[in-house]
Design a protein around this ligand. Sequence first.
Ligand code: GLC
Ligand code: CA
Length: 550
Amino acid sequence: MADFKSSTIYQVYPKSFYDSNGDGIGDIRGIIEKLDYIRSLGVDYIWSTPFFVSPLNDNGYDVEDYRKIHPLFGTMADVEELIAEAGKRGMGLMFDMVFNHTSTHHEWFQKALLGDPEYMDYYIFKDGGADTPPTNWQSKFGGSAWEYVPSLKKWYLHLFDVTQADLNWENPRVREELKDVIRFWKDKGVKGFRFDVVNLISKPEVYEDDTQGDGKRFYSDGPHIHEYLKELVADTGIGDMVTVGEMSATNLENCLRYSNPDEKELSMCFNFHHLKVDYKDGKKWELMKPDYQELKKLFETWQTEMQKQNGWNAVFWCNHDQPRIVSRMGDEEKYWKESAKMLATCVHMLRGTPYIFQGEELGMTNTGYSNISEYRDVESINYYHILLEEGKTQEEALEVLGQRSRDNSRSPMQWDAGTYAGFSESKPWIGIPDNHSYINVTMEEQDPDSILNYYRKLIQLRKQYAVIQEGAIEFLYQEQQEVFGYKRLLGGQELLVVNNLTGQEVVLQTPVDCGGCECLIGNYQKEVSGDWLETLQSYESVVLLKKNLQ
Ligand code: GLC
Ligand code: CA
């Protein structure tokens, strides 16, 4: 399998990828049927979000059995075939390990509910009167993070939905159980793992009210986190596999440790700071235009420090929890193609491992749902009600959801312009935007200038040029807010990447000397091999290679 530093990773959300049996829900056989498509992108790994047995209150992030496949998605034989068929095409599967919590339907929690002390110690139960939760911590999906169990006269912690009970990692038996899960999937031939909200697993010794916030400062990157990760990796022998931790509200210092190879923790981390630059006062449910200066600063800091201190970033815009990037930071109408390609260029030429979320490579947009009944996501529905309680009108609340809901990325993959976008033969579990009439695989396959073919080219360039994989990074145009520019340097080669983040033409404060340059890729079909590059068109991206520098 390819080294993670030269790889590109494709994320599949099975429920919305491809429905092979016409029940309106994507499934494992659907992924198998589309493996040639995924392969055609040139990616090395496929990360699939969970398809294990689950009540699906959080679409599978509420796991009831880590070793069994939910019948809606298929069978163990299907999963084995998926792993084998991907392998034949030179791609490795990465599975999603949700180890911060289990579903309350998990047999461990069911035993705990019956008062079995052994299993109660698998979770975080605290005493407290029926009216007063142990702390004021808030669930990330809204409301208290504690739920009272009258029969036990105790509260249990759930940082997410009430049906997602947090595991007690201080209990060594819990850690052993989870290591066994890793071994199980490793033996099946899985080539890597994504660890869900893994920096939340180590809780503080003392549970106290957070007078400054919702509690996250007590348990994010908690006291034993590095120890637990080292132990998990060492005892399961996954140190050579590709591993990525999803890090909630983390910081640079910790991510440097998580991803530094000497620490033997993870290959890389997802952090989300760059995806909060449009949160007003840091609040997801309050709208604001993106602060591009802040965005640039965050990329610069994280990239530069990771390089200095031998860490490694996952680089990405999209996943199943984020709105679509072209709607968020580009212009999904007038400059749909240009801005989608520009945003892709911004991250694909960075130092790190790029991730592509299904449909991103087509320039898929936010869904544009106009009624609350169209939403499926537990977080979105909870927050809709919270927003109404806070005094917003229905229209205002829907406007916020329209921009922030996780369902924006969970609508079905748009395969063609036909009914249900070629995703299924029956009505899908969640609605499809009308724009599948022109944003779809079939049409973009035929258009050499499509967003799809642009992504293919970006992926291929990373394979082809060591400077994209390993080159040192230096940032340019720090003072010019509209321009995101950087250089990558390796052994006499210099790669120059300039992106116009706006819909207006910009004059570069420092023109680029293109003498002796080769243009590797750009989203406007024009020759940039002249002498100087002085202006950039709306959302223009240019990537230039200079060779044989002295
Ligand atoms: C992660 C997942 C998200 C899920 C949450 C709780 O953030 O990506 O989809 O809801 O963890 O498991
Ligand atoms: Ca199906």
